[in-house]
Design a protein around this ligand. Sequence first.
Ligand code: EPU
Length: 286
Amino acid sequence: MAPHTTMGVGGPARLFVEVNAPEALAAVLGFLREAGVAWMMLGGGSNTLFDDGGYAGAVVHLGREFRTVEEVAGEESVIRAGAGATLGAILSFARRRDWTGLEFCVGIPGTLGGALAGNAGAGGLDVCSLADSVEVLTEEGADSGAIEILRRGEFEFSYRASFLRDRVIVAATLRLAPGEPEQIKARTDEHLSKRWEQPVGERTSGCMFKNPPDDFAGRVIDRCGLKGLAVGGVRVSETHANFMVNSGAATAAEVRSLMDEVRRRVAQETGIELESEVRWVGSPPA
Ligand code: EPU
């Protein structure tokens, strides 16, 4: 799974299935369930890490027909996008129409489905707050395979967490607002400038830990003097301490062990228990 994740570590899955059309998705998941094969959805792989032992099931990835981005007829500044569309593609679509609301997404990697599942965000703003409705696949019962539309208020979310994590997200509508091009550009540039305080262009999974209440994981790790701390091929970024960088030769075990070591030292020095922000597939770290 290493090539399918931005950190670039992790062993093989038994099956990797790219599904190109909505009708095929229900059929594939029905088949896997009947065959008793475990399965999981994977978006852009920018917040998921696989163990070196890989995954003893099927990894399902959404392809072509799940990448559509379109206007919603009869609605002002509402976008409907497939779960496989990248946040980047949705952001460009909004910018071409001078619609505002998504500027904080600039530079966030990954797909809409993954962003909703993990409630991706930046600077206090998050993707789930923009979602007007989310289309999910019904997995059980007589309606199995049908699309269910969850409206705002019918799905709960909080900082980097959402109940959509357990659902098969197919598409969503995002409610934006008409904006002024100069203001949109200024806000986008402001968010983009934060990106240069992060290890851009390196192999990372974004932030590794959630911010603890009333503090920042990056600041806490930095204060403990852990920038540059390494285990094998992975190290705590010198640019931003809440990122870990794979030099190219890291294993998942090394990433896990560096996470454990950072948690241990931070707890020892500050009493703060850092919580993982990345999704681990395989046996999870503490
Ligand atoms: N800081 C340090 N040393 C460091 C890094 C940060 O002292 O090495 C300090 C900064 O100076 C600042 C504070 O910590 O005072 C917060 O840092 P920053 O502004 O970079 O924000 P953050 O809380 O670390 C959050 C998100 C990022 C998002 C940025 C930009 C989390 C865990 N992280 O970072 O999201 O890109 O804001 O808005 O909520 C992600 O979720 O994967 C992610 C990268």
